[in-house]
Design a protein around this ligand. Structure first.
Ligand SMILES: [Zn+2]
Length: 302
């Protein structure tokens, strides 16, 4: 029996995650590769190889309906342009054209976090909610929002809450400014700040463990991250009527070590009347490639 499916491709700074997904959301095959150097020049080949490999891996015959590609940074979803990515080193890259030249099915292009939220809404932890702020806390920090079940997109800057300055003259950020939320509250920043304060080496998971153990320096760095996050998220929640803050990325694995103080910090800023839930995302680091599959399915009306 031939099965219909789409391929979702999530190109990150370190890894490319790919999945073959049927219209009912079943993952028929998946694969993860290291991101090659100058990947921006090779997206057509990356997509063609992913399609070949996944279709072979699936075993049963597959009718490929579409390909979805998601990337980080500033993305023009409608035009299919990668406007800017610090990690991947491109400016105004024709993502849609590169992939469409190498596969003979329709191609959808999107932003990794926005597409990830669509996947969480369809398959994951946001199925029951229509007013959602999705904040993956990983190496970087960006956000995406659903309002009444629709993705909010304005300018290319949409979702870049990681570059709101929370500590004037604070730690340097990858964007060139200082004291951005990303430089204080991303998983990467928490590890770096704790290492700088203690002279020890360790990542955010280490800092979470030491926070649970009550070590003062770990607790201070952790609480500063939580407070900075709440200071940026609370006005967004108040302005938009967000009911669910969905936290993803590596830092969500800290569980209640993160969620309890974050709930408290949001309550302190929003008062008792605002009923906002703070929960972990469900799809983990697959959200991007499942999101890429979701926008591909949407493109062909499935
Ligand atoms: Zn920044």
């Amino acid at each position: 029996m031939t099965r219909e499916a789409v391929v979702g491709i999530d190109v990150g700074g370190t890894r490319i995650k790919t999945a073959l997904v049927s219209p009912d959301g079943a993952v028929l095959a998946e694969a993860v590769h290291l991101t090659p150097p100058a990947v921006g020049d090779r997206l057509g080949a990356v997509a063609a190889e992913a399609v070949d490999r996944l279709v072979r891996q699936a075993g049963d015959p597959v009718e490929l309906l579409a390909v979805g590609l998601v990337v980080p940074g500033l993305v023009d979803d409608e035009k299919g342009i990668g406007v800017w990515s610090a990690n991947l080193g491109w400016t105004d890259l024709d993502l849609h054209g590169s992939v469409a030249a190498s596969v003979d099915v329709p191609v959808a292009v999107g932003h990794d976090v926005r597409a990830g939220l669509l996947a969480e809404h369809r398959l994951g932890a946001a199925r029951e909610a229509d007013n959602v702020l999705f904040v993956p806390l990983g190496t970087g920090l960006a956000s995406a929002m659903l309002s009444r079940g629709r993705l909010v997109t304005g300018s290319q800057w949409t979702g870049e809450i990681g570059h709101v300055v929370v500590v004037p003259d604070g730690p340097p950020c990858g964007c060139g400014e200082r004291g951005c939320l990303e430089a204080v509250a991303s998983a990467g920043a928490i590890g770096r700040r704790w290492s700088a304060a203690t002279g020890l080496t360790g990542d955010a998971e280490e800092v979470a463990r030491r926070t649970e153990a009550g070590e003062p320096e770990a607790c201070r760095v952790w609480q500063e991250a939580v407070d900075a996050l709440a200071a940026v998220v609370a006005p967004v929640v108040a302005a938009t009527g967000t009911e669910l803050v969905l936290v993803g990325g590596g830092l969500a694995r800290a569980g209640d070590t993160l969620f309890e103080p974050l709930r408290a910090a949001l309550r302190a800023r929003l008062g008792r009347r605002a009923e906002v839930a703070v929960e972990a995302a469900a799809l983990g680091d697959r959200a991007g490639c499942l999101g890429a599959a979701t926008i591909a399915l949407d493109l062909v009306g499935r």
